[in-house]
Design a protein around this ligand. Structure first.
Ligand SMILES: NC(=O)c1ccc[n+]([C@@H]2O[C@H](COP(=O)([O-])OP(=O)(O)OC[C@H]3O[C@@H](n4cnc5c(N)ncnc54)[C@H](OP(=O)(O)O)[C@@H]3O)[C@@H](O)[C@H]2O)c1
Length: 350
């Protein structure tokens, strides 16, 4: 059996960091070898530092590991990052300059022109932007990002439509789970029995990231998708799973059956390459009139399959539908893991 690649996790004690620890436990290629978080956690055993929020038990091997300082000395060359954006902006370039492959969930560097923002089923070719990063030339290190947790579900649903019919206009209204705000996140008194129609910077992220993801690699940059896009983001009292109500105007007329076929037949590089975290189907369409729902559909494909439903004509644009995806799996840890698998399969992880 091939030796596993040792990996580190920056922000290992947070919600996404914990999901990474959980998903890495039985990973065939990668092994958790190093953990870091803030100075609040540094020096403690992981089992003591992390307030474990996953439904499976904390892996005992990881529970006994000591949380390191968030500095490159002694860190493995493959790093997953799940840090708050402010500190990520400072630390991620530092790890890349030290020669690490940094595979990150944070928004800090997503929109930088030389940083790939990747959903492997949608735009695996954008990974080539790594070659434009100065760290890659100096030390071999680089940064690859995965998108905002709402942009991922939306883009998975839009990609097959863009490929087959073209896209002119997209309007999306989100209902986002509380786990998307990290831990402890939104205070229970603010969210129970309530809807909060504001998530800081979320609408801007969805609009610009969606265009970058569905854009075209042009040498050393991305030409953003040319469609018009408007997002409205709401926080709702759901534990896991972001639901989005979407209206689209397509480049050419499409029948409902053609759109459902586009979603159900959609496959990408991870499925072709049989990457370990790739779901059999990145998308599935459900016919039931009252689905998708977070409670029943967020875990589809072990959290890696986005579910689309409720396709019907839109009185303003062409069509409207609902899409749901698991925000901490497909929207965060699973997205980073799939990016890492793509990088390994393409020879970027040594
Ligand atoms: N939750 C989601 O669904 C989701 C989805 C997509 C992307 N993201 C992004 O992923 C990142 C992590 O999100 P999260 O939900 O896991 O947040 P979180 O639960 O608040 O965790 C934040 C992590 O960052 C660490 N940290 C904070 N300040 C630090 C510092 N100065 N130096 C080193 N480590 C520090 C924390 O360590 P301590 O425990 O020691 O404080 C903790 O491990 C964020 O950028 C977020 O926007 C989250």
């Amino acid at each position: 059996m091939e030796k596993k690649i040792p990996v580190g996790i920056l922000g290992a004690t947070g919600i996404v960091g914990q999901r990474l620890v959980q998903m890495l436990e039985h990973h065939p290629w990668f092994e958790t070898a190093w953990l870091a978080a803030s100075d609040r956690s540094e020096g403690k055993a992981y089992g003591e530092a992390a307030r474990w929020r996953m439904k499976t038990a904390m892996p005992s091997r990881v529970a006994g590991m000591t949380v390191s300082a968030a500095a490159p000395a002694g860190a493995p060359k493959v790093m997953f990052a799940a840090l708050d954006a402010g500190i990520a902006a400072e630390l991620e370039p530092r790890f890349a300059e030290a020669g690490c492959a940094v595979i990150t969930n944070s928004s800090a560097l997503r929109m930088r022109s030389d940083v790939p923002l990747v959903i492997p089923e949608v735009n695996a070719d954008h990974v080539k932007l790594i070659e434009c990063q100065s760290a890659k030339r100096h030390s071999g290190g680089f940064v690859v990002t995965n998108p905002n947790c709402s942009a991922i579900g939306l883009v998975l649903a839009l990609a097959p439509l863009q490929q087959r019919f073209g896209l002119e206009t997209v309007m999306a209204v989100t209902m986002q789970a509380v786990s998307g705000a990290g831990y402890p996140g939104v205070a229970s008194l603010d969210i129970l029995g309530n809807v909060i129609p504001y998530i800081a910077k979320e609408e801007e992220k969805m609009e610009e990231e969606t265009r970058k993801l569905l854009g075209r690699l042009n040498g050393s940059g991305i030409v953003p998708g040319g469609f018009r896009m408007s997002a409205q983001c709401n926080r709702v009292a759901v534990e896991d799973g972001h639901t989005e109500s979407v209206s689209v105007k397509l480049g050419r007329k499409a029948e409902a059956g053609e759109m459902v076929a586009a979603w159900n037949e959609f496959r990408g590089v991870p499925q072709e390459m049989e990457l370990p975290t790739a779901p059999e189907r990145p998308l599935r369409y459900v016919e039931a009139a009252d689905r998708p729902q977070p409670r029943f559909d967020a875990d589809a494909g072990e959290g890696m399959t986005a579910t689309v439903g409720r396709l019907r004509p839109c009185g303003v644009l062409d069509w409207k539908f609902t899409v749901l995806s698991h925000n901490t799996i497909r929207g965060a840890a699973g997205a980073a893991l799939l990016n890492a698998e793509l990088l390994k399969a393409q020879g970027y992880l040594g």
